[in-house]
Each structure stands twice: as structure tokens, then as C-alpha cells.
Design a protein. Structure first.
Length: 311
């Protein structure tokens, strides 16, 4: 089961206690999943979903609010295709749509839900839960962080975005083949959104996976950094030894300043030591910067010999 489906199944078991919150969540399903038709010269509303647990939740919410329904299942009979669940209302449809603001006073269809249903914090949370259940997707946190809300039209998408902004979310608005969607890629904000809509078990799982992932990434960064430092130190030591051997061959180490001769011999005898470790072997000990300065002088002497500036 995908992480998104697990999250939705958890949310599908949450039935708001307040009737106002039930109506707010139901409004999201009507807008996101609803399809209007005419039967016997009357408006008919059908809600379609491939999720059986979501169909059950919608039925409960409709029943709790006094609506009679009829349920149909479209069974494809193939493993590769999903079943779809249709919840149909043939009574009080126009009344319901006007109440939610999806039909205005002149009988025209509207794409926005009545603001009265989302004016309270508890109702907004239920509304957003419904939006996610009906059109949301969520990547497994082991991969890229990505939460998305696919919405039926731009006017409703803008209304949902406005609700989200009340909680300081920074959802981005885009269109994919003319279909609007909102998305988040920030792990902290995804966790906050899951908390807001009540997906607490999924939140804990997301956080656990994220912590393990970030620790693993931090270890990898440290290992890569350490490996790079070791490679750099080895490359530097090889260059230093080549310069010292070249100086020894051309003019002899005895012709060097005593301090340079001392450190040259230490490097030849200890090719694997770091600058700091070589500095600790000197008497008196020398800092890493001091050791590096002496090796720089040896490098310049070797360059002068190669260029014929030093006999």
C-alpha cells in the first residue's frame, strides 16, 4: 500500500463530531467528486471515487445530515483496472447545491463554496481534509518530499489556496494540462499539513523516515567530506615528497636551511602523516600553518631548480 493511500485510509476513519465540520468536509467532496445530471426532470448528483473507504465515509456524512442515497459499484472485473463507487442523490439536490453556494440565486453554477462553511478553524480543517482525501497525493518520505492537491477548476483552487494561507502554508499554484494543482516540497510544512487535517499516525511515520533519511544523508556527507580531505592530503604529500626528492637529487638536502632540512627528512620518513602530525614531531612543535609554510618554501626551491634559477 502506498504512503498516500495509508494516509487517506487513516483520514477516512475520522468523522467530525460537530455537524458544521461534517458539512464543511462534505462540501469538499461535493465540489471535488460531484457530477450533475438530470433524471426525471430533476437534478441528480453523483459522487464518484475509486476508494471504498472514502465512499463509506461520504455515505456516513450524507446519512448524518439527512440525505438519502443510492450506491452503485462499477466493477471492471480486471485486476489492472480499479472499481469505482458512485453515490447518487436524487432528492433535495438543488437545495443542497444552493446551500453550499454551488448554485447562485439566479440558478447559475458557481465554482466556490459558501464562505460560511469555512469561516471557523475546525470547519476549515475538515474542509482541507476532504480536499486531500478527494484529490490529494503524497510521496513516500523515503523519496522526494512532495504533497499535491489536484483541484477541479481555478476558482476553487484559489479559494483552497486562500484557506491554506490562513495557516501560513506556502503552497505553489500551477497548472498541468489546464488542470490546476497546489503543491508543497518542504518537509516541515508537509508535517504541519498532516497535523492540521488529523493524519497523526502518518505524521509520525513521515517524521521517523525523515529523521533516518537525514541522519543517513549527514553520515554520507561526512564520509564524502572525509574521503575528499584524505585524497587531498595524499595528493599534497605525494607532491611534497617529489619536490624533496628532486631537491635531494639536484643540490642535496644538506644545502637546505636546517629548519627546511628537518621537515624534509620528517616528510620522507613519514609519508602518511598529516601536517598537524608532522608539526607535533618537531622540537619545538610547530602549528599546521607553520608546517605548511615550510613545505611551501621547499616547493619554491624545487621550482627554482627546475627553472634553472637555482644551481
Amino acid at each position: 500500500m502506498s504512503f498516500a493511500r495509508e494516509t487517506k485510509e487513516e483520514l477516512a476513519h475520522i468523522i467530525p463530531q460537530k455537524s458544521c465540520c461534517q458539512r464543511a468536509e462534505l462540501g469538499a467532496y461535493i465540489k471535488m467528486l460531484g457530477d450533475l445530471g438530470i433524471s426525471s426532470k430533476k437534478l441528480k448528483l453523483s459522487l464518484k471515487t475509486p476508494l471504498s473507504f472514502l465512499a463509506r465515509k461520504i455515505l456516513i456524512l450524507l446519512k448524518n445530515n439527512g440525505f438519502k442515497t443510492k450506491t452503485l459499484v462499477q466493477d471492471h472485473g480486471r485486476l489492472s483496472q480499479k472499481n469505482f463507487y458512485y453515490i447518487e442523490l436524487e432528492e433535495r439536490v438543488e437545495e443542497l447545491l444552493k446551500e453550499y453556494g454551488f448554485i447562485d440565486e439566479k440558478g447559475n453554477l458557481s465554482n466556490r463554496i459558501n464562505e460560511n462553511y469555512i469561516k471557523n478553524d475546525c470547519c476549515r480543517r475538515s474542509f482541507l481534509r476532504g480536499v486531500f482525501l478527494a484529490g490529494g497525493s503524497l510521496n513516500d518520505p523515503a523519496g522526494d518530499y512532495h504533497l499535491e492537491l489536484n483541484l477541479p477548476d481555478e476558482a476553487f483552487a484559489r479559494q483552497v489556496l486562500k484557506v491554506l494561507q490562513k495557516y501560513h502554508f506556502t503552497f505553489r499554484f500551477l497548472k498541468r494540462k489546464s488542470v490546476p494543482f497546489l503543491y508543497l516540497k518542504d518537509a516541515e510544512q508537509i508535517l504541519s499539513f498532516l497535523s492540521l487535517i488529523g493524519a497523526h499516525q502518518s505524521l509520525l511515520k513521515f517524521e521517523n523516515v525523515r529523521v533516518v533519511k537525514e541522519v543517513r544523508n549527514q553520515v554520507n556527507r561526512l564520509v564524502n567530506c572525509e574521503t575528499a580531505n584524505i585524497k587531498k592530503a595524499v595528493k599534497t604529500a605525494v607532491k611534497q615528497i617529489k619536490d624533496i626528492e628532486y631537491i635531494a637529487e639536484k643540490i642535496g638536502l644538506d644545502n637546505l636551511d636546517p629548519a627546511l632540512k628537518e621537515i624534509a627528512i620528517l616528510r620522507l620518513d613519514n609519508p602518511d602523516l598529516s601536517l598537524k602530525e608532522i608539526g607535533s614531531l618537531l622540537n619545538p612543535p610547530l602549528t599546521k600553518s607553520g608546517v605548511n609554510h615550510r613545505f611551501r618554501k621547499l616547493e619554491l626551491i624545487a621550482e627554482k631548480i627546475r627553472n634553472g634559477a637555482l644551481g
